[in-house]
Design a protein around this ligand. Structure first.
Ligand SMILES: [Zn+2]
Ligand SMILES: [Zn+2]
Length: 767
């Protein structure tokens, strides 16, 4: 912003300052108050529906200083998007500076803050035997604590949160009302006398004990290898000793989860560093107030049991983010598995009655409390990819952070996302808000959660959708929901949405060459896309290239059973007889698959994800999967010990059809088969596959960029969660002089689809 003007040094004036961004519920008003008082300014500060509004009157130099401070020294949880100051007529009588109560004016449009990990000052109080909050698990302040997960409505005030039922004691109220106190207007402020209490219950919900005793009972149970349900910020965790093979195995059996990795909570960064290799970015992410799960390569000989992440080189670590976690970790003294409290793929339990019903059969005891969770919110998952953030799941700690659109949207939008890894997004003004992680809609409970989340997000931001945007796939439950709303709708192709989500987060509008590699998404031609080169911007796209199409035998069975794609690709590369010989070694039903491919007219797909499945099965690591993406993840892990530049480079074909370039992996697949038959180490073959595909996709993208005179390539889609592939592709593209956009804050997987849909719909011409 501009300064308030030049003039006489001792000029007195009054300004009205509008501050936009995440500025409510983050201690912004007391921050303004303290600086205004120190600068001798008169006036007021208050929250309203647009953010924070300040009027300040005094010496021009003091007013200028206040504006500087607003922009440069905001409190830790605040995110200031804009500071706009205008000079207004001074008031004749004006002294003192005050914080004025929130006014509920008009439709709320203010971002709510994310849930934030316990700050150091609160932690020190919890550890201090002389403090009244000693060992109190719900200690928080203006700089930390629950936010989004307890918010029922905005403006953000205690009465509109699940803390409304707790009445502050005199001491807490004094803190709450004192602008000089760290807990001034900390809405979830609480202490052992007036706030939420811990309980320890058996699996039927019978409460044994409260408070300190409850904690001790939980600690005893965890130390002796039991499995507990623990109520956290956004839902229940299932917790058990991560170093105890029996406990981890038992948890897998009860949760009906064969291989999908469990997250592990460790006491501090030092312990995390003993378990995993952490670069500076991974360390920064672990200790950030968002406290996501950080995926990192495990050290050999680490204490954590192998069964925590079978077949993988990486594990997901996180640090404690509530005082309760800190008390648990210091009490147990060992890493704990902390996995979502659910059976198999159901949504995480967050309501007590439901938790007892669903989790009771899985656990030996329940550690809970009496503060309700308003919004179910899983832990977020991120990693450092070559020293840069890569979000894999944005949820607790990230939701509901907003993204800024390149300009004001033409309309209010609801985007309902994809079918798996679903999120929804809303658009209002220049703001795009993605929801927390919702999950796979094919599960009824998750679908219900989707409906609830959609309504809640619209309600919180006062969005009345003028356009509902959905995937092209008519069978997605999100699509059906959108079409049943009775509003104007827009279908956005799946891979266009992927590329658009990358453009939005990198603050570009295109056109770019978007390389969208993922599982399956419906194309406008009715085939199943998934290895696409799209010349795209926020308005539209043209399919300039793609992987060669092959048959997808057995529909959804082909996704769960990678051996089927191995047969498909072996047939495409080497013919019927070779495919029969190779396939029969993988599964006795290979002949049936070949018959489907020959005569059954199976759907055609260009999916890169299915190509990874095929190669994983061909190198012999996996014929069946128990979680999405497992074959590709294990193929990347298998390649792990081979340096990227030492991997063999196999041939890949290209051709042109109807103006589009076809990347033909058949020679590559033939080489993979030949190498394995010759007895080459599977890790080397896996590394060679990654390197060769990265080179091939880069040269195709490069050719399209040259043809169209475009200088930028965007990499999106779930396949680019594969760091080895993504980094090799980025390197190769940079080498030929192209700028490369990769995902950082928006997941490259289908969790980003609603973001891309929303970005397209925000600027779509009249529909
Ligand atoms: Zn705090
Ligand atoms: Zn109190």
């Amino acid at each position: 912003m501009g300064r308030t003007g030049v003039g006489v040094a001792h000029r007195r004036l009054r300004v009205r300052v509008r501050v936009r961004g995440t500025v409510q519920g983050v201690g912004f008003r007391p921050f303004v108050y303290r600086h205004a008082v120190a600068l001798g300014l008169a006036g007021f500060v208050r929250n309203d529906s647009e953010g924070v509004l300040i009027e300040a009157q005094g010496l021009e130099t003091a007013v200028d200083e206040l504006c500087r401070v607003l922009e440069e020294c905001a409190p830790p949880l605040a995110r200031v998007d804009a500071v706009e100051a205008t000079t207004i007529p001074p008031l004749a009588a004006s002294d003192g500076f005050e914080i004025v109560q929130s006014k509920d004016v008009g439709a709320p449009a203010v971002p709510v803050s994310f849930d934030s990990a316990t700050c150091d000052e609160c932690l020190a109080e919890v550890d201090d035997a002389s403090n009244r909050r000693y060992r109190y698990p719900f200690t928080n302040c203006t700089n930390c604590g629950p936010r989004y997960t307890i918010v029922i409505a905005v403006p953000y005030d205690r009465a509109a949160t699940t803390m409304a039922t707790f009445h502050m004691c005199a001491e807490c109220l004094t803190e709450y009302e004192d602008p000089a106190d760290r807990r001034f207007h900390a809405q979830p402020n609480a202490c052992p006398r007036c706030g939420p209490q811990l309980r320890y219950a058996d699996t039927t919900g019978k409460v044994f004990s409260q408070s300190e005793e409850a904690l001790d009972m939980a600690l005893d149970a965890l130390r002796s290898g039991r499995i507990l349900a623990v109520k956290g910020l956004g839902g229940y965790h299932l917790a058990t000793d991560a170093t105890d093979a029996d406990a981890v195995g038992e948890l897998r059996r009860r949760k009906a989860r064969d291989d999908k990795p469990f997250a592990v909570m460790v006491g501090d960064l030092e312990e995390a560093g003993r378990l995993c290799h952490l670069d500076a970015e991974a360390s920064r992410l672990l200790v950030s107030p968002r406290r996501p799960i950080v995926v990192a390569a495990r050290r050999s000989g680490s204490l954590v049991d192998r069964a925590v992440a079978p077949g993988l080189r990486e594990i997901g670590l996180m640090l404690p983010y509530t005082p309760l976690h800190h008390l648990l970790m210091s009490g147990v003294g060992r890493p704990l598995v902390m996995t979502s409290g659910n059976l198999s793929d159901d949504p995480i339990a967050h309501v007590d009655e439901d938790a007892f019903e669903r989790l009771g059969p899985l656990v030996d005891g329940v550690l809970l409390h009496d503060r309700a969770i308003q919004v179910r919110c899983d832990d977020s998952v991120v990693r450092s990819a070559g020293g840069r953030l890569q979000a894999l799941r944005r949820s607790r700690g990230y939701a509901p952070e907003t993204f800024r659109l390149p300009g004001p949207a033409l309309r209010q939008v609801l985007a309902v996302g994809a079918e798996s890894k679903n999120t929804v997004s809303v658009v209002k003004g220049s703001m795009l808000v993605p929801s927390h992680h919702i999950g796979d809609l094919e599960h009824l409970a998750t679908y219900e959660s989707f409906v609830h989340a959609t309504r809640h997000l619209c309600h919180l931001y006062g969005v009345e959708p003028e356009l509902v945007v959905h995937d092209l796939h008519p069978e997605y439950l999100s699509t059906k929901y959108a079409l049943e709303m009775g509003l104007d709708t827009l279908a956005v192709q799946h891979h266009h949405a992927h590329v658009a989500s990358c453009l939005l987060e990198r603050r570009r509008t295109g056109p770019v060459v978007g390389v969208a590699f993922d599982g399956l998404g419906l194309g406008p031609d009715g085939s199943l896309w998934g290895g696409e080169f799209l010349v795209a911007d926020l308005h539209g796209f043209e399919r300039a290239g793609h992987l060669a199409a092959v048959g997808l035998p057995g529909g959804s069975a082909a996704i769960k059973e990678p051996w089927r794609m191995a047969v498909t690709w072996a047939r495409a590369a080497l013919g019927e007889d070779a495919a029969q010989a190779i396939g029969s070694k993988l599964d006795p039903r290979a002949a049936q698959v070949l018959a489907i491919l020959e005569r059954g007219n199976p759907p055609q797909t260009t999916s890169a994800g299915r190509l990874f499945d095929a190669v994983a099965a061909l190198v012999g690591i996996r014929s069946r999967i128990t979680y999405e993406g497992q074959a590709a993840i294990e193929l990347e892990a298998l390649a792990g010990s081979v340096a990227p530049e030492e991997a063999p480079l196999y041939p890949v074909g290209t051709s042109r059809t109807e103006g589009a370039i076809v990347l033909d992996p058949r020679p590559l697949v033939a080489c993979v088969i030949e190498e394995i038959e010759r007895g080459t180490e599977p890790g080397i073959v896996a590394a060679g596959f990654h390197r060769s595909l990265a080179h091939a996709l880069s040269s195709v993208a490069g050719e399209i960029a040259r043809d169209r005179d475009i200088d930028t390539v965007a990499l999106s889609g779930g396949v680019f969660q594969n760091v080895r592939l993504a980094q090799a592709a980025e390197l190769a593209l940079t080498d030929i002089g192209l700028r490369v956009l990769v995902h950082r804050e928006v997941p490259p997987n289908d969790a980003g689809i609603s973001v891309g849909q929303a970005a397209v719909a925000a600027f779509a011409p009249a529909v």
